[in-house]
Design a protein around this ligand. Structure first.
Ligand code: NAD
Ligand code: MG
Length: 360
């Protein structure tokens, strides 16, 4: 079992990573939580597939509840939040009760927001079960729900007692969810870590095939990289923006597809192609590294046809992104593999040219 320490201004906690470590969850829990009430928030699919693994590790004498939320982004809603508070209150869960978020990023974000707000905050454990949640959403403390006017607009920072990522649980994950998680892993490689990028050049096919040793290596490296960024910039003032590599272009695509046919991770992969194109066209990135990056991204199969894209509309959508300040778009680009830079866009026509890579 690997351990990555996240050290923040007011707290620090470990991320445990490994293959088959579910058998040691009880041990970790015992080390960090001494209370008597435990609430698991999950969904029926995850619980059916893996609930026995978690259940077998919970202390016998604890007062326990398993609360289910819908298996979709709709779980991150005011309605679900209210329903969960009501459940917790009517079952008399108290200040010391522990909340475990057991599922993908949807469950983790919602359970974490419940933990941040219920009785002004109760202890929390992140037990992510998707690749995306293990490499990204469970790290950094951002939790929250959606508002009818936009995604992730209501939230808090809530650091868990610990994060527990077992690659073995990913064996049941649909291929498309593996691809989405790998999108974020490639993001770390391209923008922050050349060694990780080079590992991916060799091992991406194995990762796509859910090779558990490769996945557990990737989770470990990704957790280390994201934790490192979060430690340097806990509240997203500047550096943490690097995690948006590929996302500004990606969000525009996601919005254009109405969040339906294109998944977030897939949009990020396409967005990174646009970012590479932008950088090479503006003399920021050498052609050789551009081609190398593109070659890796093209290995992830995405059912996407760029022929009907309205590029002007995409550019307009980019200017509406919530991360845009004073109407100026700040992009994350790379100047070589593993090295990012921030770039303020002065001429929006350049954005349109970047999207052209998707129509070729
Ligand atoms: P998800 O939570 O919807 O999970 C994807 C699907 O996989 C679901 O159907 C889920 O039931 C299923 N699943 C989960 N574990 C499984 C397993 N082991 N085997 C089989 N199926 C399994 O999606 P996600 O990609 O994990 O997370 C997306 C969410 O994360 C979004 O809401 C996004 O906003 C959020 N997010 C948050 C942060 C953050 O910093 N807090 C960062 C990135 C993304
Ligand atoms: Mg993302």
């Amino acid at each position: 079992m690997e351990k990555i320490d996240v050290k923040l201004a007011h707290t620090s906690y470990p991320i445990f990573v490994g293959n088959g470590i579910w058998r040691r969850f009880g041990e970790a829990l015992n080390q960090f939580y001494g209370g008597r009430q435990i609430v698991v928030i999950t969904n029926e699919r995850v619980w059916r597939l893996h609930g026995d693994k978690l259940e077998s590790q919970l202390p016998k004498q604890a007062e326990k509840a398993v609360l289910f939320v819908p298996d979709s982004e709709q779980a991150k809603s005011f309605e679900e939040l209210q329903r969960l508070y009501t459940e917790l209150l009517s079952r008399r869960f108290e200040r010391g009760a522990l909340i475990i978020g057991f599922g993908g990023g949807v469950v983790g974000d919602l359970a974490g927001f419940v933990a941040a707000t219920f009785l002004r905050g109760v202890p929390f454990v992140q037990y992510p079960t998707t690749l995306l949640a293990q490499v990204d959403s469970s790290i950094g403390g951002k939790v929250g729900i959606n508002h009818p006017l936009g995604k992730n607009l209501i939230g808090a920072f809530k650091q868990p007692l610990f994060v527990f990522s077992d690659a073995q649980l990913l064996q049941t994950l649909p291929d498309e969810e593996i691809r989405c998680g790998l999108g974020e892993v490639i993001k770390y490689g391209l923008s922050l870590d050349k060694a990780l990028f080079e590992y991916l050049e060799k091992k991406l096919p194995a990762a796509l095939n859910k090779d558990v040793a490769v996945l557990s290596y990737l989770i470990n490296e990704s957790a280390r990289i994201k934790a490192d960024i979060v430690m340097q910039d806990e509240k997203e003032s500047n550096l943490r923006m690097v995690l948006n590599f590929g996302h500004t272009f990606g969000h525009a695509l996601e919005a254009d597809f109405k969040f339906a046919s294109l998944k977030h991770g897939e949009a990020v992969i396409l967005g990174m192609k646009c970012a590479l194109q932008f950088a090479v066209q503006n003399g920021i990135l050498q052609r050789e590294d551009f081609e190398r990056g593109l070659r890796l991204l093209n290995q992830v199969p995405i059912a996407f046809d760029g022929k009907g894209l309205d590029l002007q509309r995409l550019v307009q959508r980019m200017t509406l992104d919530k991360k845009v300040k004073d109407g100026k778009i700040r992009l994350v680009l790379i100047k070589e593999i593993g090295r990012h830079l921030f770039y303020q866009v002065e001429d929006q026509r350049l954005l349109k040219q970047a999207f052209e890579i998707l129509t070729e």
